[in-house]
Design a protein around this ligand. Structure first.
Ligand SMILES: Cc1cc2nc3c(=O)[nH]c(=O)nc-3n(C[C@H](O)[C@H](O)[C@H](O)COP(=O)(O)O)c2cc1C
Length: 239
């Protein structure tokens, strides 16, 4: 073999078929160059699938959650407004009230033979565990038709006696009004009022009594608007 054949210039070797290690290195660097794109595409596809799945689940559950909430609301309203005083759905004649103190309040009007016979709305009280949502029904004379606690975060066994399922304490408000008992007596006994507190738990009933009292005061401030005839243009019906 001549020297010429044995020592081919390096540049020639480069331009002919690459050696095995060089080919492997080329493949790796090629792959590395492609990885960011592949990662991006993979991540994009994954995000798209997740978004699609979430949107489908949201669509499927939103309808049933809304339906369930509407049923819960109807059931709660039926507990604070007796059916004898209305012959239309309690959700058929809503009023968007703007009270200077309580802010926006949705009022459910009980209607019998075209006349408003009572109202129901939610108030918020504050207990040991935070907000307590109270639904109260009131007749045209300002007398409580019924009160129920819709939601709360009070301690089981201590503050949860405000639930009708746990005790009949909340039923004691039916028939009362802002003048019966007198305004000053609208407090728990610990604060000089007439309402029972629970043993070792005064904060919760104090919050509920306060919410109901404020709800009765709201009725007095807005009585004319709430009870206005339905064909009165001042009665802004939204239902
Ligand atoms: C863990 C824990 C949970 C409590 N939960 C409640 C509650 O849900 N409602 C309530 O009124 N008081 C609750 N209390 C008690 C209040 O801190 C407070 O002592 C009581 O309401 C005062 O009532 P009293 O003056 O009748 O003792 C709780 C106390 C503790 C330590």
């Amino acid at each position: 073999m001549s020297d010429e054949t044995m020592t081919a210039p390096a540049s020639d070797a480069c331009h002919s078929a690459p050696s095995a290690p060089r080919a492997a290195r080329n493949r790796v660097s090629e792959t590395l160059r492609e990885w960011p794109v592949s990662h991006g595409l993979l991540l994009g596809a994954f995000s798209l699938c997740t978004a699609l799945a979430l949107s489908v689940v949201d669509d499927v559950t939103r309808g049933s959650i809304a339906q369930r909430s509407a049923e819960d609301l109807r059931a709660s309203l039926a507990q604070v407004v007796p059916e004898e005083i209305h012959n239309e759905a309690l959700t058929a004649h809503l009023l968007d009230l703007h009270d200077p103190e309580a802010g926006p309040v949705t009022v459910y009007r009980a209607v019998k033979d075209g006349a408003v016979t009572g109202v129901a709305y939610e108030m918020t009280g504050y207990g040991y565990g935070g907000r307590i949502q109270v639904l109260m029904g009131i007749d045209t004379e300002g007398e409580l038709l019924g009160v129920r606690v819709l939601s709360h975060s009070e301690t089981p066994g201590l503050g949860d006696k405000i639930e009708v399922a746990k005790s009949d304490w909340i039923l004691g408000f039916t028939g009362l009004s802002l003048t019966d008992p007198a305004p000053a007596d609208w407090n728990v006994q610990r604060d000089g009022g007439v309402f029972d507190q629970f043993s070792g738990a005064t904060i919760t009933p104090r919050g509920v009594v306060g919410a109901i009292r404020e709800g009765l005061e709201l009725f007095e401030r807005n009585r004319a608007e709430m009870l206005a005839p339905l064909d009165d243009p001042s009665s802004e019906e939204t239902g």
